[in-house]
Design a protein around this ligand. Structure first.
Ligand SMILES: *Cc1c(COP(=O)(O)O)cnc(C)c1O
Length: 564
C-alpha cells in the first residue's frame, strides 16, 4: 500500500508550480507566487478538490536574508529537511538535458486541512547518485543560477512533471500551469498525441494542438514584458536537443526566442490573469488571446490572527470553510475588535524588539510595508521627502515596520534596502523605522495582523495582483495603496482604506499624494476618531475578508476552468 493510493484514483487535476509555500518549514518559495500556490493547496484541501500539486524539491530553498550593518543584504542558502518532511515514493523518470539522461525521483507531502480534506504535493528531485554532480544540483536552489539553469529547472518541472505524474499512475484530465515556468508540460503532452493533418491556420504545425489545449489551464502573473522567461533558441537546442522541432517551436513560442508565456498561451484553452486590471494589461501585451480574470485570494484561516478567528466564529461558525460569511463582521463588538488588534500589535512589537532591538510604541500607529525589494514596488517612495515625513510625524507621531528580500542578482533591490537603512538612521529621532530581516510566512503573519495600516506603492500596472493587503484586511487593517492589481477592485475610499493617487494619475505624483493622505485622512482618523477607525476595521473584514479569499478563487477555478 502506497501513501499515494487514496489520491491516485481520485486526482483529476495537476497543478504545476515552480514554488509553493505549504509550510513555513518547507522553504520552497520565494514570495507571492509561492504563497499563492500554498494558499491554493490549502483551499483545495478544505474544498476536497481532486488535485495533485507538482513542484521542485528546492533542497537549498530560495534565500535566507541576513542584513549586515548599513543594510547590506547577505545571501545565504535556506535549506530544509526534505527527507524529514516528505515520504519517498518508488518511482523514477528521466529527461534528457544537454544530451545526458537526468533521473528524477519523487517525494510526497500530504497537506491535511483542519476541515478534513487532504491534497498531495510531489517534489521533484535530481539529487541522485546516478546523476552527474552538475545534474544533481538542478533542483537545489529556487531561481538560483543563470538562464541555462533556469531552463533546466523548467525542463524538470514541465517535462519531468508530466512524466512523473504518469509514472505514479495518475490519470490527469486538466493541467494547471501556475505561471509560464511549467509551459514545457504541454509540449511534452503534444509529443504523445498522434500528428493530425495540418490546418492552414496552424501553419506548419502538425501536432494535435486541440487535444492538448483542451486539458491545459494557464494562469499568467507577470504584467511586464521583461518578466517573462525568454530563452534564446541556441540555448534551447543546447539544453533540450531534439526534444521538439525548432521550426515548430518558433511557431508556438515566438520567433525571438522561446517565450514561455507565449508557449503557454498557445497551448492552453483557458487562460487567466490574477486580477481584473492584470487581465486587461495581459490582453494589451498579448493581443488575440482570450484572457479571463480570476482575482487572487488568500487562505483566510492561515492568515487570520487566532483572536480574530475566535471573534469570527461567534458571528459565523462556518467561516473557515466559507469565508463569504465574513460579511457578518460588521456585527462584531467594537471593544473586542480593538482588544484583539491591540494583542496582535503587542505581538508584532515584541517580535520587532527581539529581531532588531527596536521598541515600538503601542499607542502610536504602525505603517507596514513588506514585499519583494525591487524597483517597481518602490519601497523607497515613502522616503521621497524626509522633511515632509518629519513634519507629519511632529503632528501625528507614527512608526514604520518594513521587510522584504531582494533577489540575489537584483542590485537595485539591494541598493534600496541600504538606502532605507540610511533613511531610517536619519529619521531615527522623529519616525522609528524597523526593517525585519528574512521576510517569510512567519514574519508576514506578525505584520499583517499587528500593524495598523498596510502600505503598497507599486508603479501601475506592474502589480499583477498583490495578496499581502488581503491578509491585512482580514485582520482589520485598512490598506493605503496605489490603485493597481487587486486594490483597484477592493478600494472603497474611507471605507476599506485609501487610494494613493487617482486611477491613472502619474506615478510622479504618488509620493505627494501619499503624504497628503497620511496627514489629512489616515493619521487624524487614527488619533481623533477611534470609533470610526474600528468601524473601518470591521468594513475591511466584512467587505474584503469575505471576498478576496482563496476559497472563492478555487471555487471559480473549479467551475470555470477545470470543469469547462
Ligand atoms: C503574502 C506574501 C507575499 C505576497 O505579497 P504581495 O502583496 O504580493 O507583495 C510575499 N511574501 C510573503 C512571505 C507573503 O506572506
Amino acid at each position: 500500500m502506497s501513501p499515494l493510493d487514496p489520491f491516485r484514483a481520485h486526482s483529476r487535476i495537476a497543478y504545476l508550480t515552480m514554488e509553493i509555500a505549504l509550510d513555513p518549514l518547507i522553504r520552497t518559495y520565494a514570495g507571492g507566487l509561492g504563497v499563492l500556490a500554498g494558499d491554493t493547496a490549502r483551499s483545495c484541501a478544505d474544498l476536497r478538490l481532486p488535485i495533485v500539486f507538482v513542484t521542485l524539491a528546492s533542497r537549498q530553498g530560495y534565500l535566507r536574508q541576513e542584513l549586515g550593518p548599513d543594510g547590506i543584504q547577505i545571501d545565504h542558502p535556506d535549506p530544509w529537511d526534505l527527507e524529514g518532511r516528505t515520504i519517498p515514493l518508488d518511482a523514477a523518470v528521466a529527461v534528457r538535458i544537454e544530451g545526458r539522461l537526468v533521473w528524477i525521483r519523487p517525494w510526497l507531502h500530504i497537506h491535511t486541512s483542519s476541515l478534513g480534506g487532504a491534497v498531495p504535493t510531489i517534489f521533484l528531485d535530481t539529487h541522485l547518485a546516478v546523476n552527474e554532480p552538475k545534474d544533481r544540483v538542478i533542483t537545489d536552489r529556487l531561481y538560483g543560477g543563470d538562464a541555462t539553469m533556469r531552463l533546466k529547472q523548467e525542463v524538470i518541472l514541465g517535462i519531468g512533471g508530466e512524466r512523473m505524474l504518469r509514472a505514479l499512475g495518475f490519470e490527469i484530465e486538466t493541467y494547471h500551469l501556475n505561471e509560464g515556468h511549467a509551459a514545457l508540460l504541454p509540449l511534452s503532452l503534444l509529443r504523445r498525441y498522434p500528428r493530425s493533418s495540418a490546418r492552414p491556420s496552424e501553419g506548419p504545425v502538425s501536432y494535435d494542438l486541440d487535444s492538448v489545449r483542451e486539458c491545459c489551464v494557464f494562469t499568467t502573473h507577470t504584467p511586464v514584458e521583461a518578466g517573462h522567461d525568454l530563452f534564446p533558441y541556441e540555448l534551447v537546442k543546447q539544453v533540450m536537443g531534439e526534444f521538439f522541432e525548432l521550426d515548430q517551436l518558433h511557431h508556438l513560442a515566438g520567433p525571438d526566442g522561446l517565450n514561455m508565456t507565449r508557449l503557454a498561451l498557445n497551448l492552453s484553452d483557458w487562460v487567466n490573469g490574477v486580477a481584473v486590471r492584470h487581465a486587461e494589461t495581459t490582453r494589451k501585451m498579448f493581443p488575440g488571446y482570450r484572457i479571463h480574470a480570476i482575482t487572487n485570494g488568500v487562505h483566510a484561516s492561515t492568515w487570520v490572527h487566532p483572536l480574530f478567528d475566535e471573534l469570527f466564529q461567534q458571528v459565523a461558525p462556518e467561516w473557515a470553510h466559507d469565508p463569504d460569511m465574513l460579511f457578518r463582521a460588521d456585527r462584531l463588538p467594537d471593544a473586542r475588535v480593538w482588544a484583539a488588534h491591540e494583542e496582535a500589535k503587542a505581538a508584532l512589537i515584541d517580535e520587532t524588539r527581539e529581531r532588531v532591538g527596536l521598541t515600538l510604541h503601542s499607542d502610536r500607529p504602525i505603517l507596514a510595508f513588506a514585499r519583494r525589494m525591487t524597483g517597481y514596488k518602490r519601497p523607497d517612495l515613502l522616503f521621497s521627502d524626509l522633511d515632509r515625513l518629519r513634519s507629519i510625524a511632529s503632528r501625528y507621531p507614527f512608526q514604520i515596520v518594513m521587510a522584504g528580500k531582494a533577489h540575489p542578482n537584483d542590485r537595485d533591490g539591494k541598493a534600496m534596502i541600504k538606502l532605507i537603512h540610511a533613511h531610517a538612521r536619519e529619521l531615527a529621532k522623529s519616525v522609528p523605522i524597523a526593517f525585519l530581516p528574512a521576510y517569510d510566512m512567519n514574519v508576514a503573519k506578525f505584520l499583517v495582523s499587528g500593524a495598523d495600516v498596510w502600505l503598497n506603492t507599486p508603479v501601475p500596472p506592474m502589480e499583477a495582483s498583490g495578496t499581502s493587503g488581503m491578509k491585512a484586511a482580514l485582520n482589520g487593517l485598512p490598506n493605503l495603496s496605489v490603485l493597481d492589481g487587486w486594490w483597484s477592485e477592493a478600494c472603497e475610499e474611507g471605507v476599506t482604506g485609501w487610494s494613493i493617487g487617482e486611477d491613472g494619475s502619474p506615478a510622479s505624483e504618488h509620493a505627494r499624494n501619499l503624504y497628503d493622505k497620511l496627514e489629512t485622512a489616515v493619521l487624524p482618523l487614527w488619533f481623533n476618531d477611534r470609533p470610526r477607525w474600528v468601524w473601518l476595521m470591521k468594513q475591511c473584514i466584512a467587505r474584503i475578508g469575505s471576498r478576496f479569499h482563496s476559497q472563492r478563487m478555487m471555487r471559480r477555478y473549479a467551475a470555470e476552468a477545470y470543469l469547462r
